[in-house]
Ligand binder design. Structure first.
Ligand SMILES: Cc1cc2nc3c(=O)[nH]c(=O)nc-3n(C[C@H](O)[C@H](O)[C@H](O)COP(=O)(O)O)c2cc1C
Length: 378
């Protein structure tokens, strides 16, 4: 049997194989972030498909960190009963599920557009253009968001999840603190890496204060920025952050990117051959060398031999996949049954987050999203 189908332990959590469904925002929640039956069904379907651990779509921890109008929320205790249905359904299907939690900072499109309290780590020239300027976070704002992450962690545990994953990648608030391109602060939260990583370390400590000792606290870490023009965070810095996170009690690091420009789009959309898969392998190697706990690799993984090599070579312990499971939620079961053809995404050409828009976008494209939103392939 392939090593990929062997069980693995993450903190206090045993998962039945090495496959993780990487977080996917699926645009099914209401304006306040409440989930409904469709989200529960989606998670149940993924569990039935055999993946070892599911990461939910990102849920905002504070109302001023909401990215989109249809994003999951965990900013209030009122969300707990809804998520209990989700965790119950996944456990009944024999699966494991962790919630990804986020603050979007300057990427809080929803807050900016609705006239809410729109905040950024620093006021910089490469701010998203939502028609309004954010204000720079002050000490109270920063402490408030750190506490909000802690409270969100408590709710995640109370809702019956098997763990929590901090979204520390893809330009989220944590990426914004880590990256020198967006963090220009002169106080203890900015400047040298030691200061830029203070926020994420405090977030981990805050969650650990609010959950039981063995509750897995994981992170999707933007280990480096992919910016052709002005550098940003480099993988050696990402590895140092990973090491400090482990010391603070993180149970699993999923290696991904921080900020990215068009060069990333080529990698993300152009997975046409096995050698284009695993496009963050070299970053994961750098993180691996600095850390000792479990790592997962995400980014373009499609075929079993490539995934096996990642695990066997010791670069990562788990394999995270997202788009293949949007296209084919039963993929892991298919592989276990002996049909080992790669994930069937011929060419991913776009991502959308609303099926309503997707239907009118291009009739020639075939939509491979189950339930709602996502990848179009042709
Ligand atoms: C529709 C969609 C939604 C996503 N939402 C999230 C998210 O909420 N949080 C996150 O960390 N990554 C998100 N991602 C990124 C994926 O988790 C993953 O890192 C990326 O798609 C690369 O992996 P893949 O090649 O296996 O798809 C999303 C990706 C897609 C396609």
């Amino acid at each position: 049997m392939s090593v990929l189908f062997e069980p693995v332990r993450i903190g206090g959590l045993d998962i039945k194989n090495r496959f993780i469904r990487s977080a996917a925002y699926y645009a099914l929640s209401d304006i306040d972030g409440f989930i409904g039956g469709a989200s529960v069904d989606l998670m149940r379907t993924l569990a039935e498909g055999g993946v070892g651990l599911i990461m939910t779509g990102a849920a905002f921890v504070h109302e001023n960190g909401q990215g989109g109008p249809d994003m999951n929320g965990i900013q209030d205790d009122a969300h707990i009963p809804g998520y209990q249905k989700m965790t119950g359904a996944v456990h009944e299907a024999g699966g494991r599920i962790a919630m990804q939690i986020v603050h979007s900072g300057m990427a809080s499109r929803m807050i900016a557009r609705s006239g809410g309290d729109y905040m950024a780590v620093s006021l910089v020239e490469n701010m998203p253009d939502y028609g309004v300027q954010p204000r720079e976070m002050n000490e109270d704002d920063i402490e408030g968001v750190i506490e909000a992450f802690g409270q969100a962690g408590r709710r995640v545990e109370e809702a019956g999840f098997d763990g929590v994953q901090i979204h520390g990648s893809h330009g989220s608030l944590i990426s914004q603190f880590l990256s020198p391109t967006t963090n220009r602060r002169n106080d203890k939260w900015g400047g040298p890496l030691e200061n830029r990583m203070r926020f994420v370390i405090e977030v981990v400590r805050s969650i650990n204060k609010h959950v039981k000792e063995d509750f897995p606290v994981m992170i999707k870490l933007g280990a480096r920025d992919y910016l052709e023009e002005n550098g940003g965070l480099i993988s050696e810095e990402g590895a140092e952050v990973g090491k400090a996170l482990e010391e603070a009690g993180i149970s699993l690091i999923e290696v991904s990117h921080g900020f990215q420009d068009d060069s990333y789009r080529k990698k993300f959309l152009g997975i046409t051959a096995p050698e284009k898969e695993a496009y963050y392998l070299s970053d994961a190697r750098v993180v691996r060398a600095a850390t000792s706990g479990p790592l997962s690799l995400v980014g373009g993984l499609r075929s079993l031999p490539v995934m096996e090599e990642v695990v066997k070579s010791g670069v990562a312990d788990c394999i995270s996949i997202c788009r293949p499971l949007i296209r084919e939620p039963g993929l892991i079961k298919r592989w276990m049954a002996g049909d080992t053809r790669p994930a069937e995404i011929k060419r991913c050409i776009f991502i959308v987050v609303s099926l309503k828009k997707l239907k009118v976008r291009n009739k020639k494209c075939q939509c491979f999203s189950n339930q709602l939103g996502s990848v179009i392939s042709r």
